[in-house]
Ligand binder design. Structure first.
Ligand SMILES: Cc1cc2nc3c(=O)[nH]c(=O)nc-3n(C[C@H](O)[C@H](O)[C@H](O)COP(=O)(O)OP(=O)(O)OC[C@H]3O[C@@H](n4cnc5c(N)ncnc54)[C@H](O)[C@@H]3O)c2cc1C
Length: 402
């Protein structure tokens, strides 16, 4: 389809979605108002509504669940079987929230939604269909079956304390839309990892958001000619000669530096002036590699990478040594607009980890990336979003019935 046609059809789709959103009636008063209809917002809405709470989900985009569609390159890596709180920036809090049956809880949640997942390499799990739309669709359908009102195209501007509950002010995003307000006994903040003024004025503390899981801009060996090549490498991040972190996995060479999942994960720890050392032959030791490559490296490496290394070395022994220790100097993270996750958000110390309710403002809950929690690539961030959403939704429903 030509670019202009694509733009027109996207415009038409958006107009149709806004029109559908306009016809959704938002009740003037609810038990639980979920702000944000992404991964955490939907799981919390389902848990709350299935416990009998009257729930509305307010989402600024023209449809709910849109963020799920972009995950895992459209396939949605929805969880990892190796869930471990120590992989997150706030291990203690994550452990206290997720408990000891995290993976099983998420599995049951999806089975009850009618979705089966399948494990691929490194414990990553994807829906059987390998389509992120499957994940989004089953969640939207389940939320609707539970009678949660899904109200997209509504941006929450402000949440204000109102007696025992809250007044939530909303801007309607369709042409001619105005301002609206509703009363909620409980509010679940599930606005994800972006700046949101929703909680301003409530006195909650936040850490500024910064992008995580990005490529690294680097200087070093022959990046331009390797642009687009991939290798299964061990990547080691070094600072002042000491290892800071290491990752096994895919590395993608780019003109500006390095990308790929292993690099994304190291970007959580990287600082300018660190060194990033690649072992392009992580499963072969140096001696074995030397004995195998008396003539050429092509049998062990992508031939384009092999040729590039051979061109700057005098012997195959030197080329092997370089493949085992290819050094880059880190300039900083880059392509931050495509960051998979943002560190920062509401400080976790303000929340009871067993309920995700703020200790200072009863009835106010948060979940997902809105909280200052981030994990590595591989299904860990969605796993956090699902489970924290479930905890916040269930607790908000209980609180609203008190
Ligand atoms: C390209 C990409 C690929 C990714 N792939 C994976 C993956 O495969 N596996 C994985 O584990 N993680 C992945 N992640 C990370 C994962 O998507 C997030 O960690 C997860 O979506 C966080 O869930 P959330 O519900 O907290 O936030 P989000 O999913 O971002 O949802 C927040 C929602 O709140 C809405 N919102 C914000 N402010 C307001 C407001 N004021 N009023 C109303 N609505 C509001 C937003 O529009 C959004 O829909 C990926 C991220 C990106 C960007």
């Amino acid at each position: 389809m030509a670019r202009k046609e694509r733009k027109t059809s996207r415009g038409k789709l958006r107009a149709a979605q806004l029109d559908a959103a306009r016809h959704v009636t938002v009740p003037p008063s609810v038990d639980v108002c979920v702000i944000g209809g992404g991964a955490a917002g939907l799981s919390s809405a389902i848990e709350a509504a299935e416990r009998g709470a009257k729930v509305v989900v307010l989402e600024q985009a023209p449809t709910c669940g849109r963020t799920i569609l972009a995950t895992g390159n459209g396939r949605c890596n929805l969880v990892n079987v190796h869930l471990d709180s120590s992989l997150y920036n706030d291990p203690r809090f994550v452990e206290d929230v997720t408990g000891d049956s995290w993976l099983n809880d998420v599995r049951t949640f999806f089975l009850e939604s009618g979705l089966i997942w399948e494990e691929e390499s490194e414990g990553r799990c994807y829906p059987l269909s390998r389509q992120a739309a499957s994940v989004r669709n089953v969640l939207l359908a389940r939320a609707q079956r539970a009678q949660a009102v899904l109200a997209p195209a509504r941006t929450v501007r402000k949440v204000k304390r109102d007696g025992e509950g809250f007044v939530v002010s909303v801007a309607e995003e369709w042409e001619g839309g105005g301002q609206a307000a509703l009363h909620a006994t409980c509010v679940v903040v599930a606005t994800g990892g972006g700046v949101s003024s929703t909680c301003e004025g409530l006195g909650l503390e936040s850490t500024p958001f910064e992008p995580m899981l990005c490529p690294l801009a680097c200087e070093g060996q022959r990046l331009a000619e390797l642009d687009g090549r991939r290798a299964q490498a061990r990547a080691i991040l070094m600072r002042n000669g000491k290892e800071v972190a290491s990752q096994r996995g895919e590395v993608l060479f780019r003109t500006y530096g390095l990308s790929g999942i292993a690099v994304f994960n190291l970007s959580r720890h990287a600082q300018p002036e660190d060194d990033l050392v690649l072992d392009l032959l992580p499963t072969v030791d140096l001696e074995q590699a030397r004995s195998l490559t008396t003539h050429m490296l092509d049998g062990l490496l992508d031939p384009v990478i092999a040729q590039s290394l051979t061109a700057v070395t005098n012997t195959s022994t030197e080329a092997v040594a370089m493949a085992k220790r290819l050094r880059y100097s880190v300039l900083g993270i880059t392509e931050t607009e495509r960051a998979q996750v943002r560190r920062g958000g509401l400080r976790t110390g303000q929340f009871d980890p067993t309920t995700l309710e703020t200790t200072a403002i009863p009835g106010l809950f948060a979940c997902g990336e809105a909280l200052d929690v981030d994990g590595p690539c591989g299904g860990y961030n969605l796993a956090w979003a699902w489970k924290s959403g479930m905890v916040a939704g269930a607790s908000a429903a209980e609180r609203s019935h008190e």
